[in-house]
Design a protein around this ligand. Structure first.
Ligand code: RNT
Ligand code: ZN
Length: 424
């Protein structure tokens, strides 16, 4: 592969900058804005949503990582090494999204309701050293007490209580991360509860879930340290007919309690996109969390590509002026390709989508729309698609000291040879 040299990248940028300036777009400003957007990288792409509680524990909860590519992380040290490599290939400073099952208990069995901040000190130290904020998730799946398919909405009070305790413990761990790192941790609750076949009673499990959430969220935690989020879903594997925590359920709960709503791009009907929901829900909620993902048929978690859906999400965030109120996390898991590449490709695509939105002549577009000139709106929207955006992105990567263009794959291939291929 031949790559452009620094002088070529800079020259291409100068030309692109002039071209965008003709439309009143300041590309330097766009890049400065982009450099302040931290993505929350999901730790679970590195080991196929396995966690470190027990080797080979089965992934349940209606989600699935398919594929058997070499090099899956088997220990926290390996996962952190893989993450370090990943962050080094993504421009900017980013966060980590951690799940409770990635606790480190020094070989002792600690059940999920007994997890405490001390089981996450290694993650906190690593995050502090590397300047990553951390977000957190209770793990309400892949556990004997979720085997019925129900957790916070279980008819069994003992089961419900166990998961309530786990979620409360998780919020305190979130608070710990927030305090340690000086940036609020978003603790996001997603549960798998649902029925494979059509239930008779759709009402009772939702009442139980509402009651469980009330208990989980009863204690106020300083929002400078922890923010709570709740994530709905349409269906899961083995829960095709009914999901207790549906979108409407959580939208109502979030508005009523002013907690963050999490919108996962893969959790809606196939032609339903989350982009259009952002400006609607932000009228009633201070902030939201996105799980940027890609649904493909039965799977809600394919690696994010730079498609229309992703661009529409970025456009809505930028055009709406919502960069401060929309937290962007990634959520997908592909075990059939190099896992570092999966992280890097999805993260870089999300950034490219944001940059594409940041270099739009938004004021002009809004003006023609407000003037009712829909012909010009269409013409301009289409024309800007072929502006030299790639040169701006390359220049950004160069300035941020990360590989330009496809050269990030050289580093990944090297790492695969030196590190990943040695893992059993
Ligand atoms: C599942 C949800 C949830 C998970 C992670 C592992 O459908 O999207 O966010 O992917 O918690
Ligand atoms: Zn999700």
């Amino acid at each position: 592969m031949n790559y452009p040299n620094d002088a070529q990248i800079q020259a291409a940028y100068r030309m692109a900058q002039e071209r965008y300036a003709l439309l009143g777009v300041d590309t330097d400003q766009a890049l400065a804005t982009l450099s302040n957007v931290a993505l929350s990288l999901h730790c679970w792409q590195g080991d196929d949503v396995g966690g470190f509680e027990s080797a080979g524990g089965e992934l349940t909860g209606g989600i699935a990582a398919t594929g058997n590519y070499l090099g899956k992380a088997r220990t926290p040290a390996e996962l952190r090494r893989d993450l370090d490599k990943t962050y080094s290939l993504i421009p900017g400073q980013h966060r980590l999204n951690l799940h409770a099952m990635y606790a480190e208990s020094g070989g002792r069995k600690v059940d999920r309701n007994e997890l405490r901040p001390e089981h996450f000190t290694a993650w906190a130290d690593w995050a502090k050293t590397n300047n990553h904020g951390v977000d957190f998730n209770p793990t309400c799946f892949s556990h004997p007490k979720s085997a019925s398919g129900f957790t916070l909405a279980s008819y069994d009070a003992g089961t419900r209580n166990f998961w309530i305790e786990h979620c409360i413990a998780s919020r305190k761990i979130g608070e710990f991360f927030g305090r340690q790192l000086g940036t609020p941790c978003i603790t996001n609750i997603w549960i798998p509860d649902g029925f494979k076949d059509t239930p008779v009673d759709r009402r009772r499990p939702r009442e139980l879930l509402k009651d469980s959430l009330d208990k989980v969220l009863a204690e106020k935690i300083d929002p400078r340290h922890n923010l709570d989020a709740i994530e709905g879903k349409l269906f899961g594997l083995g829960a095709e007919s009914y999901t207790v925590g549906s979108h409407e359920f959580y939208l109502g709960y979030a508005v009523a309690h002013q907690v963050l709503l999490t919108l996962d791009a893969g959790h809606f009907h196939p032609t339903e996109t989350i982009a259009d929901k952002i400006s609607a829900v932000l009228l009633y909620l201070p902030e939201i969390l996105l799980h940027v993902s890609r649904g493909v048929r039965w799977d809600s978690d394919h690696v994010v590509i730079l498609n229309d859906d992703l661009q529409a999400i970025a456009q809505e965030i930028v055009r709406g002026g919502f960069l401060q109120r929309v937290h962007i996390g990634l959520d997908y898991f592909d075990a059939s390709i190099n896992r570092i590449a999966a992280w890097v490709i999805g993260a870089r695509n999300t950034q490219r989508a944001l940059l594409l939105a940041l270099v739009e002549p938004i004021e002009q577009l809004k003006q023609v729309e407000q003037a009712g000139d829909y012909t010009q709106r269409l013409a301009l929207s289409e024309e800007i698609k072929s502006l030299p955006f790639g040169a701006v992105w390359d220049y950004y990567c160069l300035n941020q000291g990360v590989p330009v263009g496809l050269s990030f794959m050289d580093t990944i291939r090297d790492y695969e040879k030196q590190e990943l291929s040695r893992r059993g």
